[in-house]
Write a protein that binds this ligand. Structure first.
Ligand code: NAP
Length: 475
């Protein structure tokens, strides 16, 4: 018997006639049935948020308390949240538990930041003729935030939107990914339990092309925060007019392994990071640029480590690579790898598929025009590209339209700084994989990877407006 979930609208749970079946991504069985939002439900969610923002806003301390209670609730229900993600996302249990721990951090950080929202002094008195004036800025909430989230971090990426939005004093309408709506609805239940006033959070479920589209066209939403593919991000940009838009988009992370790198460390690190959640994270190392002098040693060690990775049932605590989100996605990855092999690349390990499970795959001899390199593969596949000199390597890797995070392994400080100045990314990680992220850091991409930063402190800046106040004093 599958579990049933409803929409969260204006503080109440609403069942609708049309249902979305959520599959267990490993077994393929239906594990949950979720009410789908119709046009009126989307309208009511936005209306409720606008009304709650106008009449039921919380003080900063009350926001702190609610968010802290949600963090505590997540901590208490750690196992239950993780198991939901194993089922609806196919995320291996250890990685799902880590995601819950990170979401606790995200909520706690949001709670703390709710008490630190402040403007700045502006020395207008320094302008000739303004000697009798003083000025400062205050930060005010933007109003209704429309949040749209992807399937790959069904809890923490939702937390990164709702936490800061509530901390900043806004109301939220959230549309989670259709593949993984249950975790978001369970999170909404924690907000309800924590005493968030009705309407400040609304969760509507339904397809992006219908529900997401209706959200884009509603002028009552003042700020959109979207995480997902560049393709959908572009649609949002084209359809949301002059409203504010925060975009966290796709990527094909580069990692350089330079001639002075600790090759063993690089290979061991990348053998884990390249395949976590079956490569379906936006900062998964995908393009590995390896100096030709260490290429053989690196490949040998990487393949040895990758072949140790346990693949299969995500509920098994030793599993590191489970299913991809859908069989079609695994098939797409398989096609790209096969095409690369037909065009001269060599598969060093992996390259096989069973249903939605794609074996961790290492390719060498890939070139920049192959899809495995120039597009976002979002699958457990890394491609090794040998290089002769760092200048040319960086020029080539910068040809990518994406730029979220990258990495470099080197023991040479000058090389690390040279890369930090020249690799076009939002963040460069030295001596670790591109995948390093903790939730307090500023996180966001350049180029087609989006704009605006996440991390509660930075999101709150994005989700508030700075207002200048000038005092004309009689002195
Ligand atoms: P996606 O297909 O772009 O979907 C993301 C969200 O957008 C889903 O909720 C989806 O709804 C919705 N959507 C789809 N079409 C829409 C439309 N026309 N209007 C409004 N909303 C629409 O992405 P995904 O496959 O879930 O996630 C993978 C992508 O996210 C990758 O590209 C990855 O790199 C990126 N990502 C980026 C970051 C980052 O921080 N930069 C983090 C994680 C993931 P449905 O589910 O109903 O289609």
């Amino acid at each position: 018997m599958s579990e049933k979930f409803n929409l969260f609208l204006n503080g109440s749970w609403k069942e609708t006639d049309e249902k979305l079946e959520v599959l267990n991504k490993y077994t393929g069985e239906v594990f949950a049935e979720v009410s789908k939002a119709g046009e009126n439900d989307v309208d009511y969610a936005i209306e409720s948020a606008a009304e709650a923002f106008g009449s039921r806003g919380l003080s900063p301390y009350d926001r702190f308390e609610v968010l802290k209670k949600v963090a505590d609730g997540l901590r208490e229900e750690r196992d239950a949240f993780a198991k939901t993600m194993v089922q609806e996302a196919g995320k291996p249990i250890q990685q799902a538990l880590t995601e819950v721990d990170r979401a606790v951090q995200t909520m706690e950080l949001s709670a703390e930041e709710a008490k630190r929202i402040s403007g700045q002094g502006v020395p207008v008195e320094a302008a000739p003729g303004s000697e009798n004036r003083m000025a400062f800025t205050i930060r005010v909430p933007v109003g209704v935030v429309g949040a749209i989230t992807p399937f790959n971090f069904p809890l923490n990426l939702v937390a990164h939107k709702i936490g800061p939005a509530i901390a900043a004093g806004n109301a939220v309408v959230l549309k989670p990914a259709s593949a993984t709506p249950v975790t978001a609805l369970k999170l909404a239940a924690l907000f309800e339990k924590a005493g968030l006033p009705a309407g400040l959070l609304n969760v509507i479920v339904g397809s992006g092309s219908v529900v997401g589209k209706q959200m884009q066209e509603d002028g009552r939403i003042s700020t959109y925060t979207f995480t997902g593919s560049a393709e959908v991000g572009l649609k949002l940009k084209q359809n949301t007019g002059l409203n504010k838009l925060i975009l966290e988009l796709g990527n094909n992370s580069p990692v350089i392994v330079d001639k002075d790198a600790d090759v063993d460390k690089a290979a061991t690190t990348l053998a884990t990071a390249g395949f976590a959640f079956a490569g379906q994270t936006c900062i998964t190392p995908q393009r590995l640029y390896v100096h030709h002098s260490v290429k053989d040693a690196f490949e040998k060690k990487l393949v040895k480590e990758v072949e140790k990775v346990q693949v299969g049932d995500p509920m098994d605590e030793n599993t590191a690579v489970g299913p991809m989100i859908a069989k079609e996605e695994a098939k797409r990855a398989e096609d790209w790898v096969n095409k690369a092999a037909e065009n001269g690349a060599k598969i060093l390990t992996g390259g096989t598929r069973e249903g939605a499970v794609y074996q961790p795959t290492v390719i060498t001899g890939a070139t920049k025009d192959m899809s495995v390199v120039c597009e976002e593969i979002f699958a457990p596949v890394v491609s090794i590209i040998a290089y002769e000199d760092l200048d040319t390597c960086i020029a080539e890797l910068n040809e990518s339209p994406y730029g979220l995070q990258g990495g470099i392994f080197t023991q040479n400080l000058d090389t690390a700084f040279f890369a930090a100045r020249n690799v076009q990314v939002g963040g460069l990680i030295v001596n670790d994989s591109s995948q390093y992220r903790v939730d307090l850091m500023p996180y966001g991409g350049v180029k087609d990877s989006g704009w605006g930063k996440e991390g509660p402190k930075y999101s709150i800046e994005e989700m508030t407006k700075e207002r200048l106040v000038v005092l004309n004093l009689n002195q």
